[in-house]
Ligand binder design. Structure first.
Ligand code: FMN
Length: 432
């Protein structure tokens, strides 16, 4: 502050901090240090600790939104703010791909809306100045229980695709799960994340391809192979089809058509003979397939897409190491069963024997807390980080992750939890 500066010290600190964040976010190339600074600033809230006691209005970021759409990551008040920005940045068909659920998108909507059926029981007069949000999964400790769900074809959202996402995740320390049909190889994503990532497997219906994919992922250090089991029935992605109608580009320019072409252009299939592959999802898979896979997976085997007590009990018998409760973000079937509602029966069936993770509709720190209270070990987010990626590239992803983490820490403090194990079923009330 100079002599002519008439702002109070906390106002000056706030404005300087905002300008600093804006400067960082506008930088074409963010150095790791600059990115770290951006993330810490967002994670602390624009206010920072010093202004935490100031009036709320001083803590709000200045909104410079154009037509209600943010134009820089630091303008976001929450992760929802990134969706319109992503929509604006993307061609209609690519936005439709990201936004779509199936049929009328009701399951997609319910995934998030179901969090409104769960209230939070807050506790007072507990010293929560220091909060530890770390979680250990398969021997690896992450500073946050928020992981990145596998999302295919991120090149459709931003040229830097999964590499930008992994670089952002490195700063906040989020675990990353890479899709088989990602636009980036596991070696490049691992390098960008600076640590091994989990590998989500679409096995195809050719076992030699399955084996090669697992081998390559394990050679890159993947501690877990995540078999997605919820795409067996085909699907009706109406929202995607609707947006596609508005896209004037010639989709065939990039999507030449034919399964082999679509798959083989993904880097995880480089050098593999996919001529015998007729489907990506291993249609016809049964628990025998899980047994077969279990025999070749050297590390941990995770099933993604389990939503019932019965399947959890069977999974335990087949040596599965963890489950991700998921309905593919409402993109698998129109079940009308939000994942947060399915979570308790899966947790009860697992009976503490394996970690249970969950995804679907996580948009707020309070959503994360609710899932942990109902017995999840960690949660995954899908669309929100892709909105950040599509809108602003790496800084957008970093901002989404920082906001979720900031909100999560805030609500942890309000329930009086200083570490994840202090978030219990007594932290929530489930309204039936
Ligand atoms: C565009 C898109 C592509 C996806 N691709 C995959 C995939 O390749 N493999 C997979 O297991 N899940 C995939 N999913 C599902 C996510 O892993 C996750 O289950 C879902 O996005 C979570 O819901 P949320 O988007 O509401 O956070 C995809 C989701 C979206 C939105």
């Amino acid at each position: 502050m100079n002599e002519l500066d008439i702002r109070t010290p906390s106002e000056a600190a706030l404005t300087d901090r905002r300008n600093f964040i804006r400067f960082l976010a506008a930088s074409p190339v963010l150095t790791p240090t600059a990115m770290s600074a951006l993330v810490s600033a967002l994670a602390a809230g624009v206010s920072g600790e010093a202004a935490a006691q100031s009036y709320d209005v001083l803590r709000a970021p200045q909104q410079k939104a154009v037509d209600g759409i943010i134009t820089a990551p630091e303008q976001a008040l929450n992760v929802f703010d990134f969706e319109p920005a992503a929509k604006k940045a993307l061609p209609p068909a690519h936005y439709g791909y990201l936004a779509s659920g199936v049929d009328g998108d009701a399951t997609l909507r319910l995934n998030h809306e179901a969090f409104d059926e769960i209230a939070i029981r807050v506790r007072r007069l507990i010293d929560v100045r220091k909060v530890d949000t770390s979680v250990t999964l398969f021997g690896q400790t992450y500073p946050t229980p928020i992981l990145l769900a596998p999302v295919s074809s991120q090149g459709a959202f931003h040229p830097e695709a999964e590499a930008a996402v992994a670089r952002a995740a490195k700063v906040t320390g989020n675990g990353v799960i890479l899709s088989t049909v990602g636009s980036t190889s596991i070696e490049d994503v691992t390098e960008a994340r600076g640590a091994p990532v989990w590998y989500m497997l679409y096995p195809t219906d050719d076992w030699s391809v399955t084996e090669a994919l697992v081998k390559r992922a394990e050679a890159a250090g993947a501690p877990a192979i995540v078999l997605t089991v919820d795409r067996q029935g085909g699907r009706n992605t109406e929202t995607l089809f609707r947006f596609r109608r508005d896209d004037t580009r010639d989709c065939k320019g990039c999507h030449a058509g034919g399964f082999a072409n679509e798959v083989s252009r993904k880097p995880m299939f480089d050098d593999l003979d996919v001529s015998k592959v007729t489907n990506l999802y291993g249609t016809g898979m049964t628990w025998d397939f899980v047994d077969r896979l279990r025999k070749i997976v050297k590390g941990k085997l995770v099933l993604k897409g389990i939503v019932t007590r019965e399947d959890t009990e069977i999974a335990l018998k087949h040596g599965v190491d963890a489950i991700i409760v998921s309905n593919h973000g409402g993109r698998a079937e129109e079940s009308l069963e939000p994942t947060i509602r399915a979570l308790p029966e899966v947790v009860a069936a697992a009976n503490g024997q394996i970690p249970i993770l969950i995804d679907g509709g996580f948009r707020r720190g309070t959503d994360v807390l609710k899932a942990l209270a109902l017995g999840a070990s960690a949660v995954c987010v899908g669309r929100p980080y892709c909105w950040g990626l599509a809108a602003f590239g790496e800084p957008g992803v970093a901002a989404v992750l920082a906001i979720l983490q900031r909100e999560f820490v805030t609500i942890m403090k309000q329930v009086g939890a200083t570490k994840l194990s202090e978030i219990t079923k007594d932290s929530v009330i489930v309204r039936s």
